[in-house]
Design a protein around this ligand. Structure first.
Ligand code: ADP
Ligand code: MG
Length: 246
C-alpha cells in the first residue's frame, strides 16, 4: 500500500450511519464528508447526541457505515476481510476513548506494549517502546502499576500513550482529556499535536473551546451533519480568541 503525497490519511465519503429500520431509524450520521491529511489535527465539536462518537468509531473501523465509504490511507475499510481490517486497525489507527478500557490484569507498561506484541514485535522491544511512550507523557513512574492502582487521570494518560505507540498514522480521540485536570490535559494535547507535526493525522472530540487552539480545523456536528467548519490555529483566529495561557 503506497501513500501518495498529499493524499488524506482519512477520507470519509458521504458517510451515514442509521441505527434501526424505517421510521424508527436513528440517523446518527448523515452524509458526512471529511478529509484529514498528514500533519492535521481536526477538532470535532457538537451537542450530545450529534454523532461525534459515531464519526470516530466509523473512522476507526469499529463500526460500519450504512452509506458511503471510509477510506484509510487509500484502503476502503468496508472492502477488507475481517482479518485485514483488524490488522489495519491495530497497525495504523490509535484510539483514545472516554472509558480508557485498560486491561485490569496488565501493568501500565504491559497495556501499552500489548498492541505491539500482538503485531509480532518482540516483548523486550515492545517494552522499550512502551517506556518511551510513558516518558513522553511524563508518567514513567506508572510503568509497573496496575489500572486499579492509578487515578482516573493517570489511567487516561496511559491510554493516550497506548494510542500513540508504534507510529500510528491515524489517531482518534474521544474527549481525551475528560478525566484530566487542565494542566495534564494540555500536556496530553501537546503530545497529540507533536504527533501530528511529525506526520500523523488526528481527530479529537472535545467540548472545550480552548482545546481547539491545538487544532488545525474545527468541525461542528449537529443531528449527524457537519453544520460548520472553521480553520484553527493556522488562520490566526483561534489562537487569538482562545489564547493558550491558562
Ligand atoms: P455524541 O458522541 O455526539 O454524543 P453519538 O455518536 O454517541 O453522539 O450518537 C449519535 C446518535 O446516535 C444519538 O442519537 C444516539 O442516541 C444514537 N446512537 C448511537 N449509537 C446507537 C446505537 N448503537 N443504537 C441506537 N442509536 C444509537
Ligand atoms: Mg460521544
Amino acid at each position: 500500500m503506497t501513500v501518495q503525497t498529499g493524499a488524506p490519511v482519512l477520507h470519509l465519503e458521504q458517510v451515514s450511519r442509521v441505527h434501526g429500520q424505517g421510521a424508527a431509524g436513528v440517523h446518527a450520521l448523515r452524509a458526512v464528508d471529511l478529509k484529514v491529511h498528514p500533519g492535521e489535527l481536526v477538532a470535532v465539536m457538537g451537542p450530545s447526541g450529534s454523532g461525534k462518537s459515531t464519526l470516530l468509531t466509523l473512522a476507526g473501523g469499529l463500526d460500519s457505515p450504512t452509506g458511503g465509504r471510509v477510506v484509510v490511507e487509500g484502503t476502503v475499510l468496508g472492502e477488507l476481510s475481517r482479518k485485514r481490517l483488524t490488522a489495519v486497525r491495530r497497525r495504523a489507527i490509535g484510539y483514545v476513548f472516554q472509558d480508557h478500557d485498560l486491561m485490569p490484569a496488565l501493568t501500565a507498561a504491559e497495556n501499552i506494549a500489548l498492541p505491539l506484541e500482538l503485531d509480532g514485535i518482540s516483548s523486550p522491544a515492545a517494552h522499550r517502546e512502551a517506556m518511551a511512550a510513558l516518558e513522553e507523557l511524563g508518567i514513567a513512574e506508572l510503568a509497573d502499576r496496575f489500572p486499579d492502582e492509578m487515578s482516573g487521570g493517570q489511567q487516561q494518560r496511559v491510554a493516550i500513550s497506548r494510542a500513540l505507540i508504534g507510529d500510528r498514522r491515524l489517531v482518534l480521540a474521544d474527549e481525551p482529556t475528560g478525566a484530566l485536570d487542565s494542566t495534564t490535559g494540555e500536556a496530553a494535547l501537546a503530545v497529540l499535536r507533536a504527533r501530528c507535526d511529525a506526520g500523523a493525522a488526528a481527530i479529537m472530540v472535545t467540548h472545550q473551546t480552548r482545546h481547539t487552539a491545538w487544532a488545525d480545523r474545527v468541525v461542528f456536528l449537529r443531528d449527524g451533519r457537519v453544520v460548520d467548519e472553521t480553520s484553527g490555529r493556522g488562520a490566526a483566529g483561534v489562537l487569538t480568541v482562545f489564547p493558550l495561557t491558562a
